[in-house]
Design a protein around this ligand. Structure first.
Ligand code: GZL
Length: 327
């Protein structure tokens, strides 16, 4: 919906007609399309993983399905690019802004600019650490602490009754991101109950396969007896599998592997026995996001937090689920 300013000059007389059809509090002054469609500005993190690719597809397909005009940007995992994109959406006077914050901090200034411009903001996928809840309408995404706990609980069960030390290496997600911070915290919170579990190395693999392989190579050189790898996403786990095989070891057997996401490539490695357990993190946020966009533009109240439903997979469950995986 657009607020359209048109200047009409009649015989030297200049009349400015202002036709406004904005949201509830004038939210969203629109971005110039006259067909009354909602314009959504979406600032995506990047294209770092299979999960992100699936998430982008879900947002783009759902916007088309919902008849929402999508302005989309890819920040290549850089916060300054996301901030630039959000500022450009403010200038364009879109109706709503949605984004997945690449890191938790540093958003208050630009979100205050959006608020001053009366453009509502929706957080998707990742949260921010600002105490000012008025800077965004809602946050739709997974509970990453719970995902870390699920990973830890599988490990506790797997090593039930054993007493010898269990040496764990951890490939963290992007430094400062909510999934990296929370998946690390949830996992640590569960394994701290049993002193046999020891995280002997923990470093970011930036959520990518290449970096996951590189860091796992270094872990293998520095630590002789690694029992378990906990990777914050499938892509880093898949990169680590290359490093483990390159070191002449059997992934899933010599080194047990737990990952998060459950994208198709990860599920295939799980079914093949190279990964032992995957905690699902659904990227298919598009349909719910578009529903929230429409509600926000219509001035309806929306819940402060929308948690996405997800499960976990063992090797057997992966074999059964693979044929129907959407991503
Ligand atoms: C989680 C998402 C993470 C995925 C990674 O919701 O932010 O970012 O787990 C992706 O695969 O790169």
């Amino acid at each position: 919906m657009l607020k359209k300013i048109s200047a009409v000059v009649l015989g030297g007389l200049m009349v400015t007609a202002l036709a406004a059809c904005g949201g509830d509090d004038g939210a969203g002054s629109g971005s110039g399309n006259d067909d009354g469609k909602i314009t959504l500005g979406f600032a995506q993190v990047g294209a770092e993983s299979g999960w992100r690719t699936a998430n982008t597809k879900s947002v783009q397909d759902s916007a088309k399905e919902a008849g929402i005009d999508l302005q989309f940007s890819d920040a290549q995992q850089k916060q300054e690019n996301q901030i630039k994109a959000i500022r450009s959406y403010i200038t364009q006077k879109v109706d709503v802004i949605a984004f997945s914050p690449v890191v938790e901090s540093g958003w208050d200034t630009v979100l205050r600019e959006a608020k001053d411009a009366k453009i509502p903001v929706i957080l998707t996928d990742r949260a921010i650490d600002s105490p000012d809840k008025t800077l965004y309408k809602t946050f739709i995404g997974s509970d990453f602490v719970l995902e870390g706990k699920k990973a830890g609980e599988w490990l506790v069960t797997e090593y039930q009754g054993k007493t010898e030390p269990v040496n764990i290496v951890e490939l963290q997600g992007s430094t400062g991101s909510a999934p990296a911070n929370d998946r690390k915290a949830g996992f640590a919170d569960v394994i701290k109950a049993d002193p046999k579990f020891k995280v002997v190395a923990s470093q970011t693999g930036e959520f990518t396969r290449a970096k996951g392989k590189e860091v796992m190579d270094a872990f293998l050189k520095a630590n002789k007896d690694i029992d378990v790898l906990y990777a914050h996403n499938d892509d880093m786990g898949l990169g680590a599998i290359e490093a483990i095989e390159g070191a002449g070891l059997k992934p899933g057997v010599d080194i047990k592997i737990i990952t998060v996401d459950a994208v198709k490539d990860g599920m295939q490695a799980l079914a093949d026995g190279k990964i032992n357990f995957i905690v699902e993190c659904s990227p298919l946020l598009g349909p719910q996001l578009m529903d929230l966009v429409k509600k926000v533009v219509a001035g309806e109240t929306v819940p402060e937090r929308v948690v996405t439903e997800e499960t976990t997979f063992t090797q057997e469950q992966a074999k059964a689920a693979l044929p129907n995986r959407q991503y």
